[in-house]
Ligand binder design. Sequence first.
Ligand code: G3P
Ligand code: CA
Length: 360
Amino acid sequence: MYRRGLAAVVLVFAGAVVASLPSASAHDDKGPIVIGHRGASAYRPEHTLASYELAARMGADFIEPDLVSTKDGKLVARHENEIGGTTDVSARLEFKDRQKTKVVDGTPLTGWFTEDFTLAELKTLRAKERIPAIRPRNTLYDGRFEIPTFQEVIDLSKRLSRELHREIGIYPETKHPTYFQSIGLALEPKLLDALNKNGLNRRNAKVYVQSFEVANLKQLNKSLRVPLIQLVNGSGAPYDFIVAGDKRTYADLVTPAGLREVRSYADGVGVTKDLIIPRDAAGYLKQPTNLVKDAHEVGLTVHSWTFRNENSFLPADFRSSADPAAYGRAFEEYDLFYKTGLDGVFADNPDTAIEAKVKR
Ligand code: G3P
Ligand code: CA
């Protein structure tokens, strides 16, 4: 979409001209957008329809399904293909023999994997809270909700858009794309098909597509008209780079030159908070980097993750006590990050992220 025309401008004109271009985001006319991270995952087990629905009802602009594949090639919402930590599968005797050890993105893992279950089998499982020690109240909902398909997430966003009289966007992420390609269950054709079938592969659809890998975003750029977001971690390298022997790291993607390269195939970056305001070894915030400015100068939108209210996840500056599960001074963190000029936040507590935008 827009990136193609803009990429040509970037190549032709020097930085001063590019700096005057608007951000690529079409959804941020009331300040930074709020993306319900895995739904409203501070309040419900993540990646369930209940979690997404709560996020939308709290006012989130987007809901965020991470996508993996079933054995029969259906896209379902899970943060990773190993589902021992977020479902009741380990207690299900009928699936005892499905426990396996695999290497995913170079890391050995033992557990139960979505690609070893048909959708019908996965639908018999129930979601549970990932971090019960931090979010014990969420365990109230353990056992209540199914693993949703991507189509069910889309259907929910459409239903809630009608009911709430505002469009609830979707922000799908391809999880472990190289891995799923390697086992014959590529995510990208299914994602493209789902967006096409639902009338969402169009320029003004309220959709972002995100990936921690590069090659699949470049491939998707050829067929998707919605904005693409390059996810950038604080360390390491995109797994497709590692497989291809490309020595570049995530750090290389967020240099001015790296950002210009990202702009040739994507519309924005989705970066860990530490790349915008780093922390020292004790967890205290340091000075902001130039990342937001540098990204905007080449026309990239900047979204950042992950904003959470608990002390466990907050910078040391804003912790309220030594209790990792207690809420800290989350508004102060939002204030600082909103002042950097970023365009969106992935928030486990979408209500807090929205309230933080209100000037008091
Ligand atoms: O996709 C943005 C953010 O969600 C990346 O982190 O690991 O929660 O998918 P993760
Ligand atoms: Ca994600």
